[in-house]
Design a protein. Sequence first.
Lengths: 211, 300
Amino acid sequence: MEDREFDLCMSRLKEGDKEALHEIYTALGSYIYHFVLGILRSKEDAEDITSEFFIRLWRNADKYKPGNGYKTYITTIARNMAIDHLRSKGRESLIEDIFPQKFEDSDVYNTEDMITAGTNTGAVGVLSGSDTGGDDNGSGPDVTANEAVGKVAMEEALSKLKPPEPQIIHMKFALDMTFAEIAEVLKIPMGTVTWKYREAIGKLRRCGYAF
Amino acid sequence: MPSDFTKEYKNYIESETPDLWSRIEAGIEAEEKPQSEKNGTTEVITFDDATYVNQTKNKKIIRWGVFAKRAGSLAAAIALVFVAYSFVKVMNKGGMQSAPAASESTAPMADSASAYEAEEAPVAEAAADDAADNSFDGAAAAEAPAAMAEDAEASMPEEAAEAPAEAPAAEAEEGMENAVNNKDAANSASAQLAPDYSRGESAKAEIYKDAVLTDMTELAPHERTNSPAGDQYKFGLTFKAGDEVISCLISEAELKSYAENGIHFKKNASYDIAVILREDHEQTQSAYPYVLKLVSDAEN
């Protein structure tokens, strides 16, 4: 959803147009749900917070100021709601686990190795490989099986990421946010965001994904 | 064959999301019921021979406070623009003698604009933090720009504080336009050394914004260890070359070694980044004495 579309929907929301809220929900519901799920780690809680998010959006539509980009706005609010929910449940210790501020020793790379590795793997793009063109994944009775396999593969790949990598990947790929916006939401330096993003991409590539 | 992650990820999150719309709708309807009782209602009083309509009206409330805050913010913003324009003009007159001719008039402007942005960023960030913490609280969000304006006004030098508000809006706009045009000119002069750099407002990071390598170029301390010899830092170096983001963590000793030995970071780009020691580091005794400089291929 583009900024302009969101601003238009919000102005319709102020007039009481419920259909506008439905459009926003259709475009962003899955993004918000999975974002708060990453923080809360409970599907029930994530459903509660996601529902509450859109109810509040409806309730406070007149307080929204258009023209400043909506992605940071909604992500920050969703994050704050999720963290407030955690605090109210007395699970504050989880916050540090989700957003660690220090690098672990295993994250320290030798500079020359980083540059060499970057040179060897090449620029961003599809990994080189044969294109047989023979696989047909788009139709037939194997679609459900393929979807199931894809889901398992995705979950396994995502399980290899360490916080805040899943949040960064989610904001980057689900909502196409910039690194600056992600840094603003997570309240960490942009250098850390790009660093963690690169690490996450490397892990996902090793799981067989192309970017 | 590798799978396209973007497409697969979007499909995954779509398929794993429960349908919450009916729940959201029910929540809204539950809120709307008591709300309708608070609004103005039409009460019909029926007598034997006549029907009277007694209608309560909602008074339109003019929020003078909000207007005043917004007017104050606007005036402060215009004053800030005027100050930035004056600063840029002064920088232009002084200039950097060692810089190549083409970049002399552009790099200081670009860096001044960068410095202006750097100064604005923490204030805006603090304001954004306040707004975010208050979730949907519009009143707090409205106060944030006003607070921002107050902070910006307090930090201005006295002579600038006295400057208009009355400054013509056209002049301020012209100054902004010049800054933007000069920044574009800086972009086009990317093959030249830019000797100046901008300092982060927090004084914790020396950030060199390079036109070619985008604003992701950053050298910032990430870790501090106390030792008998004093604080030891590890720095995160991030820059983008082409489509790829290069990030690495290097110790202060390594940085110093690179600076002394003139080692450059090079990655499939037409430009190197050289880590050098600031010329005035002995005078400033800064804990972060390193800056990044752009070195073109022609210089190597």
